[in-house]
Design a protein around this ligand. Structure first.
Ligand SMILES: [Zn+2]
Length: 318
């Protein structure tokens, strides 16, 4: 039996994994991303770990899938991230092929996460699935009958950048009024900071659950789970916008399932219950739908499993 390699490069962590052809993970090596150390450092770390993984197996390793936590030019198999120094325009797919001597396929982490959940996670058995990852930003991947829908310019499924309002903060994409600037982990943290400035006496628990420093989305979700009033207020405010976005997705695509991943979705039942409450309020009483909404089954590992799925099919532009 052949094995495959999977690589997930994230802003805070990176992961390399060895999988068999059934998608069972055999070995995983992970580490913290050192943003200051730059591209060469990261490539050295990845190359070394991948070669270690190949050395651990007697079975042939036939291919490698790569998930990158930032914008990717899929057609060129290169990174287009302007936020991380040294990566812009870098042909990561080709570099990895030359380094490892096996075929490699590259995609962004939202598409990789979507494939991971579709093949091995919450989307198993579905015909159509929309994966939405909510962390600092909002990313998304659309899968239909096992294939990613990319669109004419490979920008289909940018759900985080659907304009939902004429107002709001400037978005990371340069636009204004995007769903991401209302519902992402970054938006939650911005609202919490505004509360901390205006009413510091009301955010003590949020700060405590965030580890004592700046309020984090994770700390806020923990406080909301305890019933903290400010945390609950911010969660409801941001989730109402998210529910609008989800309803748009349901109206346009009516998929079998929408899978929510990323740090914010790890609050699980609390987020799902809040979403369902708003969907009931916003939905039309005459247009019925049965789209399921679930949280990711693979947690932080959705993109790594997706990278393994990419390696298995080697579906990439030639
Ligand atoms: Zn945007």
């Amino acid at each position: 039996m052949n094995n495959v390699l999977a690589v997930d490069i994230g802003g805070t962590h990176f992961r390399t994994g060895l999988f068999d052809e059934q998608g069972r993970r055999l070995l995983i090596l992970e580490g913290d991303t050192d943003r200051q150390a730059g591209r060469e450092w990261m490539l050295e770390q990845l190359g070394r770990r991948c070669r270690d993984l190949i050395a651990q197996t007697d079975a042939p390793v036939k291919a490698c899938g790569l998930s990158f936590g930032g914008p990717v030019d899929y057609m060129r198999q290169s990174v287009t991230s302007v936020h991380s120094a040294g990566w812009e325009g870098f042909e990561l797919g080709k570099w990895m092929e030359q380094s490892l001597g096996i075929p490699c396929a590259l995609d962004n982490d939202a598409n990789a996460g979507a494939l991971g959940e579709y093949r091995f996670g919450a989307g198993r058995g579905a015909k159509s699935m929309v994966y939405i990852t909510i962390s600092t930003g909002i990313g998304s991947g659309l899968v239909y009958e096992g294939k990613l829908i990319r669109g004419k310019d490979c920008v289909a499924g940018e759900i985080g950048h659907i304009p939902v309002s004429d107002s709001g903060a400037r978005c990371s994409c340069g636009g204004r009024g995007c769903l991401e600037s209302f519902s992402s982990g970054g938006a939650i943290e911005m609202r919490a900071r505004e509360w901390a400035q205006r009413r510091p006496e009301h955010v003590a628990r949020l700060i405590e659950l965030s580890g004592g420093g700046e309020i984090t989305a994770k700390g806020l979700m923990l406080a909301a789970a305890e019933g903290d009033m400010v945390a609950t207020h911010i969660l409801r405010e941001t989730t109402r916008w998210l529910a609008r976005g989800l309803l748009m997705v349901i109206r346009i695509l009516n998929p079998d399932i929408i899978v929510l991943g990323g740090g914010v979705a790890q609050s699980g039942a609390l987020l799902l219950d809040t979403i369902h409450g708003f969907l009931e309020e916003l939905a039309s009483p005459t247009i019925h739908y049965s789209t399921e909404i679930a949280t990711a089954a693979l947690g932080n590992y959705s993109p790594l499993y997706g990278a393994a799925a990419m390696a298995m099919t080697m579906d990439k532009p030639t």
